[in-house]
Unconditional design. Structure first.
Lengths: 114, 119
């Protein structure tokens, strides 16, 4: 089935450690996105990519890094510079360009600092 | 910057009632809007969308209304069921029709409304 797969579902990070969240899609979408969601809040955009080998900072990019070496993959690294990384991370993708720009979401990765 | 917000953070209804969830947006350049449903611990799921050249769009048990004059969006759910309990987000895209635009496909989300349906 087509869709977006995020892994792992749960991730624990020690203080000062970098961790990488995986996001893979087989929808042949050009655009991919990473959002952060804190309890009781909406989604905030971290990074987005509209094409392979190109990506742009979102609203809260500090402490995060991404790469887009392949169309189907958009991994997110949470670096030690991110002081409050505990959150629910959502990856999404959408067709660019196209008449419908709805974003399709993965099931999320819950990151906890221990 | 521009933002999308919701009037009511929580809504409780009885099974079988109709639900109305509201959303205010402030970016007058937005011309594409989406409602998402998010169940606990899961990613958001697309419910329905609407473009600014429309003021109403219907799906199965759901209707989205757009009032551009007051920059207001609403989601109506008919005959609400316990399975409709979730957080509902509205999202806007400033200019989906501008190919190559930096905001193309980039959605701005509201805070969300928690809908609880009581049997």
């Amino acid at each position: 089935d087509g869709g977006i797969t995020q892994s792992p579902k749960y991730l624990f990070r020690k203080e000062g450690q970098n961790v990488t969240l995986s996001c893979e899609q087989n929808l042949n979408h050009d655009a991919m996105y990473w959002y952060r969601q804190d309890p009781g809040q909406g989604l905030r955009l971290i990074y987005y990519s509209q094409i392979v080998n190109d990506f742009q900072k979102g609203d809260i990019a500090e402490g995060y890094s991404v790469s887009r070496e392949k169309k189907e993959s958009f991994p997110l690294t949470v670096t030690s510079a991110q002081k409050n990384p505990t959150a629910f991370y959502l990856c999404a993708s959408s067709i660019v360009p196209g008449p419908n720009t709805e974003a399709f979401f993965g099931q999320g990765t819950r990151l906890t600092v221990v | 910057g521009e933002s999308v917000g919701l009037h009511l953070p929580t809504l409780s209804v009885q099974e079988g009632d109709n639900s109305i969830i509201n959303c205010a947006y402030s970016n007058s350049a937005s011309d594409y809007f989406i409602w998402y449903k998010q169940e606990s611990g899961k990613g958001p799921q697309f419910i329905i969308d609407i473009r600014s050249n429309m003021d109403k769009r219907q799906g199965q048990r759901v209707t989205v209304l757009l009032n551009k004059t007051v920059k207001h969006l609403s989601l109506q759910i008919a005959a609400t069921q316990p399975g409709d309990s979730a957080v509902y987000f509205c999202a806007e895209n400033p200019s989906p029709g501008v190919a190559g635009g930096t905001s193309y496909g980039k959605l701005t989300f509201g805070q969300g409304t928690i809908l609880t349906v009581h049997p």
